[in-house]
Design a protein around this ligand. Structure first.
Ligand code: ACO
Length: 318
């Protein structure tokens, strides 16, 4: 695994000077105290490359050993070429397959299942998944409803075929486009001509119906967790750690309560980074392993939801 998190910190106190908000409101409603912001102009591939290099080195591989790169991002460098292609060049990988995958905050779970399926099918042996997000560039910094929630960050994981103990047990993915308008970011796109982007309006920035998203998130994260656990003959009591998408402490607590899992088993680091979208789970996974919160043999559940709406879960025997 590898991470790359920008060094610049934006605190709740800083936000108090930008929009009408307060540290107290942000902390009690979200649990977020600060987030990281990438330097203006830094791209998703530039943020992702150091994380990818660290992951490849930690896996004991050379970049040439990677035979597939999947970049989970909803803030891609360009419409094309894909951010994954630029990461392929940046790390000096061989002519391996590479593509971007867009499932917003569920992107890492989606990419993990893709990697798992490629490996199980025998189509790849070493799959590099990179989640790199620069939400500071799609946030409307005048919109207090959303600008307090997100941060920038990247993380990467190498999944390899192995006969050893542990590994990905199983995953589940879901989506429902009838909730599409709950969470959108038009950018400059086929639906949003260049003039909208130039003016910074007309659906260019991230827009969210926070309250409705919250309710669906809690319900769907609970459902998919149970679906995945029961589908593999497990229950919540079998879990050693849950690494949920880091969007809001109240969502995490509600999901933990629904599953009957104590707070000590629900990993939380959103106080430091806010919601880094697809990067949130791999950053949390990296920190949980580094800090000894997960150890070999543990059963770990990762569960996410995001724009689409999308949601999904992965079960890993560490
Ligand atoms: N500071 C102060 N007041 C605020 C702020 C702010 N930053 N933002 C909103 N308010 C106000 C609202 O205007 C509203 O005022 P009103 O009552 O006078 O109308 C009041 O606070 C309450 O607003 P609600 O939206 O009802 O607050 P809620 O308790 O729902 O919390 C929040 C809002 C934090 C956005 C919550 O709904 C949430 O976390 N939703 C989940 C969204 C999420 O995690 N999205 C990420 C999805 S992942 C992805 O794919 C990108």
């Amino acid at each position: 695994m590898g991470v790359n998190i920008p060094s610049r910190i934006l605190t709740n106190a800083d936000l108090e000077k930008m929009v009408e908000t307060s540290d107290e409101w942000i902390t009690t409603r979200t649990g977020i105290r600060e987030r990281r912001i990438a330097d203006y102009g830094l791209s998703a591939s530039q943020l992702g490359i150091p994380a990818a290099m660290e992951a490849v080195e930690q896996a004991g591989l050379n970049p040439a050993d990677v035979d597939l790169i999947v970049c989970a991002t909803s803030t891609p460098e360009k419409m094309f070429p894909s951010t994954s292609c630029l990461i392929q060049k940046g790390i000096g990988a061989g002519e391996c397959g590479s593509f971007d995958l867009l499932a917003a905050c569920s992107g890492f779970i989606y990419a993990t299942m893709v990697a798992d399926q490629f490996i199980r099918a025998g189509s790849a042996h070493n799959v590099l998944v990179v989640a790199s997000e620069i939400y500071s560039q799609i946030i409307n910094w005048k919109d207090r409803d959303t600008c307090v929630l997100f941060g920038d960050g990247a993380a990467a994981v190498v999944y390899s075929s192995s006969s050893g103990p542990g590994g990905i047990v199983d995953s589940r993915l879901h989506s429902d486009g009838s909730f599409a308008e709950f969470l959108t970011a038009g950018g400059v796109s086929s639906r949003n001509p260049e003039s909208a982007g130039a003016l910074g309006n007309g659906g260019y920035f991230l827009e969210m119906k926070g309250n409705q998203t919250f309710k669906v998130a809690v319900k769907k994260m609970t459902e998919v967790s149970m679906e995945l656990l029961e589908g593999n003959g497990y229950g919540p009591d079998d879990l050693d750690m849950v690494i949920p998408h880091q969007a809001n402490i109240r969502i995490i607590n509600a999901v933990g309560k629904n599953l009957g899992i104590g707070e000590e088993k629900m990993f939380v680091n959103l106080d430091k980074y806010g919601n880094t979208s697809a990067a949130s789970i791999p950053i949390a996974m990296y920190e949980a392993a580094r800090d000894g919160r997960i150890k070999p043999g543990d059963l770990v559940l990762m569960v996410a939801f995001g724009g689409g709406l999308t949601w999904g879960a992965t079960l890993i025997r560490w």
